[in-house]
Design a protein around this ligand. Structure first.
Ligand SMILES: Cc1cc2nc3c(=O)[nH]c(=O)nc-3n(C[C@H](O)[C@H](O)[C@H](O)COP(=O)(O)OP(=O)(O)OC[C@H]3O[C@@H](n4cnc5c(N)ncnc54)[C@H](O)[C@@H]3O)c2cc1C
Length: 408
C-alpha cells in the first residue's frame, strides 16, 4: 500500500531489514501478537524471553504505525503530571505509577542490551508557553524532587538560551532522564532482537482474531484497534499529527545547543529536536479531519517559523504524518479480556511507555500481573457517541482546548 503520509526522514534513513518468515509457515504458537509497533514488538520479545513460542503479525511492515513516524521524544511519565496522579489516585498508586512510568526506562535498557543503533540522545526540555505554565512547571519540579527525590533542572526564562535559541518561551524544565531517538530504527532493532529470541514476524498480513489459534493474543494495533475489536475502538479517537525534517542545518547547534528534545506547553503542542545529521525535526499543528493537508511542509512550516524565525525559510526535505490514538482522559487503556491482552491510547506519550506496557503483558502471562495491573487499573471510559458521532464529538472537545490555547 502506498501511504501518502510516509515520506519521512525515518523511512529514508531506516536500517535495512529483511523479513525472515512468511505467511506460508505454520501459525501455531502460544502467543500471537497483532501489530508491529513498540507495544507489539516489546511484548513479543519479552514473551519469547519467557519461553513462549510467539508469532507477530503486522499488516504492513515493522514500525509502519505511530512507532515509526513519531517525534522521537522520550519523555518520562504519562500525559498527567505525577502530582495530578497522586491527587486523583492517592499516595500508594502514585508511588507505583511513578516507579513504572518515570523510573523504569525500558527503552534505554533494551537499546543497551541489544546494542540497538538508533541515535539515542539524552535530555528533554519542557518549555513554558506562558508565565503561568512556568509557575506550574516549577511547582511540579519541586514536588518531584521532594516527594520522589527525582531531580530536574528548573531553567529560568533568562537561562533558556542555554538550551534553545527561541524568544518565545518563559522558562522550562530540563529532565536529563528524557531524550530522543530515531524511532523507526529502534523498532527495527527491537524486531531483530525479537527474531533472535525466536519470534516469527510476519509482515504484510492483516490479522483478525481468527487468524491464529494461539493460547494468548496481544492486540497491539493502537489506532486500528477498533478494526479488530470494535468495542475497544470506542476508547480512542485518532488525531492526525504532522512532522517535518529540514535539510541539514549549518546552524543546528545554535538552535538547540544542548541537543535536548523540546516539547512546549501548548495544548496543541510544538515539539522538536535535532536528528543525528543535524536536521530540525519539528512537529506542530493537529488536524481533526482525517484528510492530510495537501502540502505537509507548508502546513507545519508556520509553527516552526514562529519558534525559530531564523530558519523560517529553511529547505524542508521531508513531511509526514500519523494518527495519535487519544483516550478521553489521556491515560493509556490497558487490559485483558479472557485470553486477549491489549494496550493502546498512549495519547501522544507512548515512545517510552509502550515498550514497558508490552513487557508487562508478558510478565502478566508468565509470572505475576502485579505490575501489569498498576497500568490496567487506570480508569478509562469510551468516548460518547456511536461509530459515526464519536469522532465529531471528541473533535469539538479538542477544538475547545485548542481555542483556549490561542486565547492564552
Ligand atoms: C506523528 C506522531 C508523533 C508522535 N510523537 C511522539 C513523541 O514524540 N513522543 C511520544 O512519546 N509519543 C509520540 N507519539 C505517540 C507514539 O508514537 C505512540 O504512542 C506509539 O508509537 C504507539 O505504539 P504502538 O505499538 O502501540 O502502535 P503503532 O506503532 O501504531 O503500531 C500498531 C501497528 O499495528 C499494525 N496493525 C493495525 N491493524 C493490524 C491488523 N489488523 N493486523 C496486523 N497489524 C495491524 C499497524 O500497521 C501498526 O504497525 C506520536 C505519534 C504520532 C502519530
Amino acid at each position: 500500500m502506498t501511504d501518502p503520509l510516509s515520506h519521512s526522514y525515518y523511512a529514508a534513513t531506516a536500517h535495512e531489514r529483511r523479513p525472515q518468515f512468511d505467511i506460508e509457515g505454520d501459525l501455531e504458537c502460544d502467543v500471537a501478537v497483532i501489530g508491529g509497533g513498540f507495544t507489539g514488538l516489546g511484548a513479543a520479545l519479552a514473551c519469547a524471553e519467557r519461553g513462549f513460542s510467539v508469532i507477530l503479525i503486522e499488516a504492513e511492515h515493522v514500525g509502519f504505525g505511530a512507532s515509526g513516524r513519531n517525534g522521537g521524544q522520550l519523555i518520562p511519565g504519562l500525559r498527567w503530571t505525577a502530582s495530578e496522579l497522586e491527587e486523583e489516585f492517592g499516595r500508594e498508586r502514585a508511588d507505583a505509577l511513578f516507579d513504572l512510568c518515570w523510573r523504569d526506562n525500558r527503552v534505554k535498557a533494551r537499546i543497551a542490551q541489544h546494542g540497538i543503533d538508533c541515535d539515542l540522545k539524552t535530555g528533554h526540555l519542557e518549555a513554558a508557553w506562558t508565565p503561568k505554565d512556568f509557575d506550574a512547571m516549577r511547582r511540579e519540579a519541586d514536588y518531584l524532587a521532594n516527594r520522589f527525590d527525582y531531580r530536574t533542572d528548573i531553567v529560568e526564562e533568562s537561562e533558556m538560551a542555554t538550551h534553545i535559541a527561541s524568544p518565545l518561551y518563559h522558562g522550562g524544565i530540563h529532565d536529563p532522564r528524557g531524550g530522543h531517538f530515531h524511532p523507526l530504527n529502534y523498532a527495527i532493532g527491537l524486531a531483530q532482537a525479537a527474531e533472535a529470541a525466536g519470534v516469527r514476524i510476519v509482515e504484510g498480513c492483516r490479522a483478525s482474531l481468527d487468524t491464529t489459534k494461539a493460547r494468548y493474543i496481544i492486540n497491539a494495533t493502537d489506532s486500528w484497534i477498533g478494526d479488530i475489536e470494535s468495542d475497544l475502538g470506542r476508547y480512542t479517537v485518532p488525531i492526525m499529527n504532522y512532522n517535518i525534517a529540514t535539510a541539514p542545518l549549518a546552524n543546528a547547534d545554535e538552535l538547540l545547543p544542548t541537543d535536548a528534545a523540546v516539547a512546549d506547553s501548548r495544548f496543541v503542542l510544538n515539539y522538536f529536536r535535532l536528528s543525528a545529521d543535524k536536521r530540525l525535526i519539528f512537529g506542530g499543528g493537529e488536524r481533526y479531519s482525517q484528510t492530510p493537508p495537501r502540502d505537509i511542509a507548508a502546513f507545519v512550516r508556520p509553527f516552526m517559523a514562529e519558534v525559530f524565525p531564523q530558519i523560517a525559510d529553511a529547505k524542508i526535505d521531508y513531511g509526514w504524518g500519523g494518527a495519535v490514538a487519544v483516550t478521553m482522559n489521556r491515560l493509556p487503556h490497558i487490559g485483558r479480556r479472557g485470553n486477549i491482552f491489549f494496550a493502546h491510547g498512549f495519547s501522544g506519550h507512548g515512545a517510552l511507555v509502550t515498550t514497558l506496557a508490552g513487557e508487562l503483558i508478558a510478565e502478566a502471562m508468565a509470572e505475576t500481573a502485579e505490575r501489569f495491573d498498576i497500568l490496567a487499573n487506570l480508569p478509562s471510559k469510551p468516548f460518547p457517541g456511536g461509530k459515526w458521532l464519536r469522532r465529531p464529538l471528541a473533535t469539538l472537545g479538542l477544538l475547545w482546548y485548542a481555542l483556549r490555547d490561542r486565547l492564552g
